[in-house]
Write a protein of this length. Structure first.
Length: 360
C-alpha cells in the first residue's frame, strides 16, 4: 500500500509551469493586438477634428458607406450645411474607390500567383521530372519574398519611370513601340491600367515563391503510395493532379487563400510607395492607405481618427465574413455527416439507458 507521501508526489501537477511559459505571448498579444483592436472599435464611434473624443454613434459609418447628395450652387455660395454634405460625399467616394482598388489589386495578383505557385510546386515535387538545379530555382524564386517593399518599390519606380531615363520606356522605344520616351512615354506609374498591372505583377513576383514553398510542403505530405497506385492503374498526370493532388491539398489551399485574402485586403506598402510625387496615385490607393491618410490627416488642430477607425472596422468585418465563407465552402461534408450520426446514436443510447435498456 502506497504511503501518503508517495500519493502526494504522484498528485503533483506541472501544468502551471506551462501556463507561465506561454504567459508572455498573451501579455504581448493583449497590449499590442487585442487592446488596439478594441480601441479601434471605440474610436470608430467618435468624432473627427474639433469633435475628436466625442461620441457620434454610427455617423462615421454612415459617411463612408452611404452616399450623400449636396447642392453645388449652395456650396459655391458658402452654405455651411451643404459644405458639410459635400465633405461626407467625398468620404464615401474615397472609401468606395479605395475598396474597389483593393479588391482589384488583390484578385489580380492572387489568381496568377496561385496558378504559377501550384504549377511550380507540382513540377518540383514530381519524381518523374528530372529538373536540374531544383534547389537553386527554389531559392531564387523565394528570394523576392525577403526583399523589403521599399527596395522593390524604388526598383520598379526607376524601371517604370515616365521620363526619358525609364528602362522600360527605353526598351519600348528601341522596339519601335514608343516614338519619344521623353515626350510620349507609356504611363506605367500614373496610368490606371498600367499602374495597377505593375503593382499586381510586383505582388505576384514577391509572394509566389512563399506560396510555392507552402504548396510543396502540402504535396510532399501526401502519402506516396497513392501516386504509385494511380500510376499502376494507368492514370495520367492530369488525372493524378485533379483526383489526388488537388483534393488532398484543400487544407493548405484554404490556408493560402485566407492568408492571401488578409494580406491583400490590408495591402499598403507597394501601392503607397509606388508614385512619382508626394500624392499617392488614386487609381491604386487601397483601404489601408485611406486609413493611414485619415489617421495622419488633421482638421484644424485635432486629429481625424473617426473615419480611419470606421474604415478599419469595416475592413475587419469584410475580412471576417470572407474568411468564414471560405472555411464554410471548404468544410469536410462527410466528416460533418458522420459527426451528426454519432451524436444521434449517442442520444439514442442515452434514451435507451434511461428506459432501462429496453426499446418501447
Amino acid at each position: 500500500m502506497a504511503s501518503s507521501a508517495q500519493s502526494r508526489i504522484k498528485s503533483i501537477s506541472y501544468a502551471k509551469y506551462g501556463y507561465i511559459f506561454i504567459l508572455p505571448f498573451f501579455i504581448v498579444y493583449f497590449f499590442f493586438q487585442l487592446w488596439p483592436l478594441i480601441n479601434t472599435f471605440i474610436i470608430s464611434f467618435q468624432g473627427n477634428g474639433a469633435d475628436a473624443g466625442k461620441w457620434v454613434g454610427f455617423d462615421n459609418y454612415k459617411a463612408i458607406l452611404s452616399s450623400t447628395v449636396y447642392d453645388k450652387a449652395k456650396v459655391l455660395s458658402g452654405d455651411k450645411a451643404e459644405r458639410a454634405k459635400m465633405a461626407l460625399a467625398a468620404q464615401h467616394d474615397a472609401f468606395t474607390r479605395d475598396f474597389g482598388n483593393t479588391l482589384i489589386l488583390w484578385i489580380g495578383n492572387f489568381i496568377p500567383q496561385i496558378i504559377l505557385s501550384l504549377t511550380l510546386a507540382v513540377w518540383f515535387t514530381d519524381s518523374k521530372l528530372k529538373i536540374p538545379g531544383k534547389g537553386f530555382f527554389k531559392v531564387i524564386m523565394y528570394m523576392p519574398n525577403i526583399i523589403t517593399a521599399a527596395s522593390v518599390a524604388v526598383l520598379f519606380l526607376s524601371l517604370c519611370s515616365e521620363s526619358k531615363y525609364g528602362a522600360f520606356n527605353q526598351i519600348l522605344h528601341s522596339m519601335g513601340v514608343v516614338s519619344d520616351p521623353a515626350k510620349d512615354p507609356v504611363k506605367f506609374v500614373t496610368g490606371i491600367g498600367t499602374a495597377r498591372g505593375v503593382i499586381m505583377f510586383i505582388q505576384t513576383w514577391m509572394w509566389f515563391g512563399n506560396t510555392m514553398i507552402m504548396l510543396m510542403s502540402g504535396i510532399m505530405g501526401i502519402n506516396p503510395s497513392l501516386f504509385e497506385a494511380a500510376s499502376i492503374d494507368g492514370a495520367n498526370s492530369t488525372q493524378v493532379f485533379f483526383k489526388i493532388t488537388l483534393p488532398l491539398l484543400s487544407p493548405i489551399m484554404v490556408y493560402t487563400l485566407v492568408t492571401s485574402m488578409i494580406g491583400g485586403l490590408q495591402m499598403f506598402d507597394i501601392p503607397y510607395l509606388y508614385h512619382t510625387g508626394s500624392i499617392v496615385n488614386q487609381n491604386v490607393e487601397t483601404v489601408a492607405i485611406y486609413i493611414y491618410n485619415h489617421f495622419h490627416q488633421t482638421v484644424g488642430s485635432a486629429p481625424n481618427y473617426g473615419y480611419s477607425g470606421a474604415a478599419s472596422v469595416v475592413l475587419f468585418i469584410v475580412t471576417l465574413i470572407l474568411g468564414s465563407i471560405t472555411f464554410y465552402m471548404n468544410r469536410d461534408v462527410e466528416a460533418i455527416k458522420k459527426k451528426k450520426q454519432r451524436k444521434l446514436l449517442e442520444k439514442q443510447l442515452k434514451a435507451q439507458n434511461k428506459l432501462g435498456g429496453f426499446n418501447i
